[in-house]
Design a protein around this ligand. Structure first.
Ligand code: GRF
Length: 202
């Protein structure tokens, strides 16, 4: 099976991107990161990508550009490089319908909560404020809405009495790196089958 060509979308630190690149470099994942895309020229993860000789492309969105036109430009860049899979890793823009359709079932996202609980921003803060005893992380397929697509993998972590948002976030992040890499491996090995909302591992 040929290696899947991957584009990773980031807006900030890029620790999930690093974790996946690390697994690829170890030979665990049958894919290669061809491109890192960011909406933020100052995203720290871009420095890491450049240090690792991975092509980076920054797409800043101007106010007069529609979301659909913005993502059309990105789609052209992805097609020119024959990208097979997109990984959202802390990318702060909501994908438009045109890119979701162009890459149907080939876009993954990592979310720092057990979906469908606490979608959207500041998921760890939402979990603490709600008072749940367990939170965690979710890798899901990206559909037309925010954090609603079919769930590939989840892992729970406890919420402890003296947790701050930062402590809980760190505990979750450690597990994010593991389940995201695992999900990417499954996708690259064509081991995921999707029926309605359910994702099965073949
Ligand atoms: C992670 O917590 C991820 O779950 C969320 O954004 C954060 C990105 O962190 N979607 P990083 O940039 O991968 O370090």
């Amino acid at each position: 099976m040929s290696k899947k060509k991957i584009a990773v979308f980031i807006s900030g630190r890029g620790s999930n991107f690093k974790a996946i690149l690390n697994e690829i470099n170890k030979g665990t994942i049958n894919g290669s990161i061809e491109l890192v895309i960011s909406d933020n020229p100052d995203a720290k993860g871009l420095l890491y990508a450049r240090d690792n000789d991975i092509e980076c492309a920054v797409f800043k969105k101007s106010k007069d550009c529609s979301r659909s036109d913005y993502f059309d430009k990105i789609i052209s860049t992805l097609r020119a490089r024959d990208i097979d899979l997109i990984l959202l890793a802390g990318f702060m823009k909501v994908l438009s319908g045109n890119i979701v359709r162009a890459y149907r079932n080939r876009v993954l996202n990592i979310h720092p909560a057990l979906l469908p609980s606490f979608p959207g921003e500041q998921a760890q803060k939402q979990a603490l404020e709600y008072g749940v005893k367990f939170s965690g992380c979710t890798v899901h397929i990206v559909d037309e809405s925010v954090d609603t697509g079919p769930i590939v993998l989840q892992e729970a972590v406890p919420v402890l009495d003296d947790d701050t948002e930062e402590i809980l976030s760190d505990r979750i992040l450690e597990r994010e790196h593991i389940i995201y890499s695992r999900a990417v491996k499954l996708l690259c090995d064509d081991k995921l089958s999707i029926t309605g909302r359910r994702v099965f591992i073949k």
